[in-house]
Structure formats: C-alpha cells, structure tokens
Design a protein around this ligand. Structure first.
Ligand SMILES: Nc1ncnc2c1ncn2[C@@H]1O[C@H](COP(=O)(O)OP(=O)(O)OP(=O)(O)O)[C@@H](O)[C@H]1O
Ligand SMILES: [Mg+2]
Length: 298
C-alpha cells in the first residue's frame, strides 16, 4: 500500500470561523494504481491533494506513505520525503519563467543534492521521455501550453518518485495537448509502474484512470453520489456550483493555489520563488538565465 489515509479531517480557520473542508476521509491507494479524484469546485480536492503531498497537515487523522507514518515528522524530514517520493503536476505548470526547460527539470535534483553532471543527464533523460529533448534550451515563454505541461511532467518525474500527484493537469490545455498528457500518464503508470493520483473535472479524462473516487462537500465516495443517488434524494445535492466549473477561465490563477508552509528552500518546493532559485542557483554555479529572458511567463 503506497498511501493510507485514515479519518482525515481538515478545518480552515477564517476570521475565527472554523470551516470544515475534509470530513472523515479514508482512502487506500495501492502501489501502481492510477486514481482519478472528481468533485465539484470547492469540494476539497486540492485540499486533499496538498495533504497527500505534505504541503499542508490535516487537522486530525493519520497518513501513511509506503507504510511510514507521516505524523510527527518535522518539516525538514517531510520535505526530504516529498522531494524523493512525490512528484507534482499543476494545472498552471508552475515553471520558473526565466529558466530553460532543462534548468526547470534539473531543479528538484539540485534540491536533492545530485551532482551537476548527473543532474543534467537525468534531466535530459526526463525531457526525452516527454518528447522535448530538442527543446531543452527553450524558455517557458517559447513553449506551447502542452509543451510547458510536458516540461512540468519531466520535472515531476526526474527524481523517479513513487507517487505522481496531478491537480487538473489538462485543465488549461486544448484537447490535443490534453490527450498527449494523458498518453504520457498512461505510459508512466503502465510501463514505469508509477502510482498516479489525478484531480480532474472531466469525465473523459477520469475514464482513463483505473479507478475514480468522488468528493462532495469534503466527503469521499467510492461511487458517484450523483449518479447513484435515489431519485428522491437527487435534489439534496446542490449542483449550483457545478456550472462554475466550466465557466472558469482555465488560465486564471487559482485562488486556492498550493500554499507551502515549508520555507526551507534547501529542499525542493514546487512553490519556490524565482528569487529563491536565483540565490540557490548562483551558489550552485548554475548558469545565469539567457539574455532577454526577463519577461514574465504569460
Ligand atoms: N488556505 C485556505 N484557507 C481557508 N479556506 C480554504 C483554504 N484553502 C481552501 N479553502 C476552502 O476549502 C474549500 C475547498 O477548497 P479546495 O481548493 O480544496 O477545492 P477544490 O475541490 O480543489 O476546488 P476547485 O475544483 O475549484 O479547484 C473551499 O471552500 C475553499 O474556500
Ligand atoms: Mg482545486
């Protein structure tokens, strides 16, 4: 069992008001599974994923990763496990705009303490896997959305994590690029045995996973609570927010972006700021960003 969540609760406190977001979530994920997590906007999907990825802690409940109890580990230990065992893919790619594809992909290895030559070899290998080796010197602004997401996938898998977490990885992509990303995920799962947990709003995308679980108002269901609801209780589900899903501008910044509490930039943090990288990069002797690369990623 790679993941074991038992009775996870997560409350957020907003203006002294306690907002329960996850309510008694228990979930087992076997090694090599490919799981899709579906649910309306605001149901708690991202919140659950950031807990699975150690970017936040649950209010209560227990969590085992590969049999190891996560509770009680300090931030540094968690960051180390995260860096070596978990890869993240975000809807909005989260690439550093002034670093090339290659430098972006090497970053987790830098934080993992891998030497320069090996960093480069492994990053090139990961970029080759996602079909972008010939574009490794390109900046994110010089890549299409689908290519950016493939760079982000290369960055997520370069440490050879056991677990790949993806939060709406195709949400900002056209259907062709989305399909390429899905093909890559299937390959990572089937050929490399990587365990994947993917959030999606799209039933066609979810259908490519081997198992789908549903979350509604912070509660987990193992079959679709809407499809399987008796007719009489159908109205009990408030689907008014479901409409919003499709009105969202996929390029818009997610107000619920991952928010790491871990300020320790020595370890890889997907939310690490560019300033952090520049400092670290300078220390580690990384080349400066190419000239004329100051513009922000659009
Ligand atoms: N840091 C936070 N502080 C307070 N409330 C939060 C925080 N993060 C999330 N929430 C609340 O938790 C609920 C679930 O948010 P979450 O981001 O997990 O939803 P989601 O299912 O991922 O939605 P979407 O499909 O829109 O991404 C929302 O009501 C949100 O307002
Ligand atoms: Mg979300």
């Amino acid at each position: 069992m790679i993941l074991q969540l038992e009775h996870i609760y997560k409350d957020y406190v907003q203006d002294k008001l306690v907002v329960p977001v996850l309510k008694d979530v228990s979930l087992d994920v076997e090694e090599g599974e490919y799981l899709a997590l579906m649910g309306p906007s605001g149901s708690g999907k991202t919140t659950l994923m950031i807990i699975i990825g150690f970017l936040d802690v649950p209010t209560s409940g227990s969590y085992f990763l590969a049999g190891q109890n996560v509770a009680g580990k300090n931030d540094r230990a968690l960051a180390k496990i995260r860096n070596s065992s978990i890869g993240f893919v975000f809807q909005s790619f989260n690439l550093l705009p002034r670093q090339s594809a290659l430098e972006n992909v090497m970053l987790p290895l830098l934080y993992g303490g891998v030497g320069a030559r090996e960093r480069r070899r492994r990053a090139e290998e990961a970029l080759e896997k996602v079909g972008l080796k010939e574009r490794m010197k390109f900046l994110p602004t010089q890549l299409s959305g689908g290519q950016k997401q493939r760079v982000a996938i290369a960055r997520a898998i370069v440490t050879r994590p056991k677990l790949l977490l993806a939060d709406e990885p195709t949400g900002a992509l056209d259907s062709t690029s989305g399909r390429q990303v899905m093909e890559l995920f299937a390959q990572l799962n089937e050929e490399d045995g990587m365990t994947i947990v993917m959030i999606t709003h799209d039933r066609n995308i979810a259908a490519q996973a081997k198992r789908v679980v549903f979350i509604r108002d912070g509660e987990l269901y193992f079959e679709d609570p809407v499809l399987y609801a008796p007719a009489s209780s159908y109205e009990a589900y408030d689907d008014s927010d479901e409409e919003d899903l499709y009105e969202d501008d996929p390029e818009e910044d997610d107000p619920n972006e991952y928010d790491s509490e871990d300020e320790d930039t020595e370890d890889y943090d997907p939310e690490v700021s560019e300033e952090d990288f520049d400092e670290e990069g300078a220390d580690a002797g990384l080349p400066d960003a190419p000239e004329g690369s100051e513009e922000a990623e659009i």
